[in-house]
Design a protein around this ligand. Structure first.
Ligand code: FAD
Length: 428
């Protein structure tokens, strides 16, 4: 390996900002040259700004602003000087000071940032880090002679281009909406966790005078956020949240749970099953109380336990017909029940394996053929266990490596773990 490491990050979001910032600190504090190139399809922070789905930008983060790109600022990563440099240059407070908003933010109760503010912050970090930004939609990843090539559709020249000689590639993003409903029609009245936010501005007009209930399918953060938006928009008809759990479970700030998110010594003592239980209970299966607040006082929101089996027209096949959600309950899985709906929001999840289509077919099959192994055999630096290649990192699949690397819980620790092997390879 040379004395320079080159890493490609696919997606200019939260993970990219954390990795770019840490690489800049390592360069300035330790003289270690790790060059980051960020490939971004839309704009830096696209999934937070409100301009490209997933949110309207006005929603607030569930996690605190202080869980920024350097959190938890542990000295164990790269030492006290890097932690201090990260705090001084890339923290949320540094962003607030640089944009003259710090005093207001403190006076106003150190609120959780809106998603749009968070997008601005990510842009601030990536720009300040000096990382290279390529405006392009990454389409294909190739690997030979220990190095990666990223092919992409250039968003400025509208031509296919390629950049070579990367020592590692980091895939980011939760992926496109991925329905868990066995049968679902395509209709403008059936939205999902991505498209809801692109249509929501016109929904109050569309729904005006329509008395039928709205059905939201799913029992996680996306279901709660869409229901919260509808309540705040003054939608009057019943909003039914249909989820496979018994109810919407709440996730609050608890010192025990929060510490468990960053104590890797404790984490490593847990079995595979216990780790899955933890992340399913606290990240997938629970809704932050900040998101539940909007629903707690709403009389028109009800929760219905059940598994959606189909979203179809009534009569079947008639696109002018009513929309019907068919579901079963766990006590009676063979008997179908029905909810007539004016609008359906499918909030059943996203596809974190979205990147497989970018890989040569042999690795595509390896990734998709054994998804559990991709997670259970992942390295500490979140490298996928692929045969015959190294350096493909997928932090959004890292729930077994750490409970916090796939979310915003400890972006600083995530970037430490990911960059460590590269740092060690070129440290004098
Ligand atoms: C709306 C929303 C709110 C969330 N709120 C919280 C929260 O409060 N707390 C928490 O802990 N977790 C939250 N999460 C979950 C999780 O933390 C984040 O999804 C994750 O950490 C985002 O970081 P990321 O860098 O992986 O992806 P993102 O920040 O989503 O960035 C991915 C980027 O990749 C780009 N992209 C996609 N495909 C390509 C391609 N082919 N080529 C180039 N670029 C591409 C996208 O345009 C996007 O900018 C939230 C998720 C969402 C979607």
């Amino acid at each position: 390996m040379s004395t320079t490491i080159r890493i490609a990050v696919i997606g200019g979001g939260a993970k990219a900002a954390a990795i770019c910032a840490k690489a800049a600190s390592l360069r300035d504090v330790h003289g270690i040259d790790i060059q980051i190139t960020v490939f971004e399809r839309d704009e830096i922070g696209a999934h937070w700004s409100g301009g490209h789905g997933y949110t309207d930008g006005a929603q607030r983060l569930c996690t605190a602003a202080e869980r920024d790109v350097g959190f938890p600022y542990s000295h164990d990563g790269f030492g006290a000087r890097v932690a201090a440099d990260m705090q001084a240059r890339f923290s949320w407070a540094a962003f607030m000071v640089a944009t003259e908003r710090y005093a207001d933010w403190v006076d106003m109760g150190r609120h959780r940032p809106s998603h749009a503010e968070f997008a601005e912050y990510l842009n601030f970090c990536i720009t300040r880090s000096g990382a290279e930004i390529v405006h392009g939609d990454a389409t294909f990843l190739e690997y030979s002679d220990d190095s990666w090539t990223v092919s992409y559709m250039d968003g400025i020249r509208w031509s296919f281009e390629a950049r070579a000689d990367f020592d590692g590639v980091v895939i980011t993003g939760i992926g496109p909406a991925d329905s868990k409903i066995p049968s679902k029609i395509e209709d403008e009245r059936v939205l999902d966790g991505e498209t809801f936010w692109q249509s929501c501005a016109t929904l109050p007009d569309v729904m005006a005078g329509n008395e039928d209930q709205i059905v939201i399918i799913g029992s996680g953060g996306t279901a709660a956020a869409t229901a919260g938006w509808l309540v705040r928009a003054g939608i009057r008809q019943q909003i039914t949240i249909l989820g496979t759990q018994a109810t919407l479970y709440a996730r609050a700030d608890s010192a025990f749970e929060n510490r468990a998110f960053r104590d890797l010594d404790v984490w490593k003592k847990l079995s595979y099953g216990d780790r899955l239980d933890f992340t399913n209970r606290l990240t997938r299966g629970a809704v932050w109380t900040t998101a539940l607040d909007a629903l707690n006082g709403a009389r028109n929101v009800v929760y219905q336990p059940g598994r959606a089996q189909a979203v179809r027209y009534d009569p079947v096949g008639d696109p002018n017909g009513e929309i019907l959600v068919e579901f079963t309950t766990s006590s009676n899985p063979t008997s179908r029940q029905y909810l007539a709906a004016s609008l359906v929001v499918d909030a059943t999840g996203f596809d974190p394996f979205w990147f497989a289509k970018m890989l040569p077919s042999v690795w595509q099959h390896e990734v998709l053929g054994d998804k559990p192994r991709m997670q259970s055999a992942m390295s500490d630096s979140m490298e996928l266990p692929l045969t015959g290649c190294r350096g493909l990192h997928a932090p959004m699949l890292s729930q077994i490596v750490s409970p916090s690397y796939s979310s915003l819980m400890a972006l600083g620790a995530m970037s430490d773990a990911l960059l460590k092997p590269y740092f060690e390879a070129i440290s004098p």
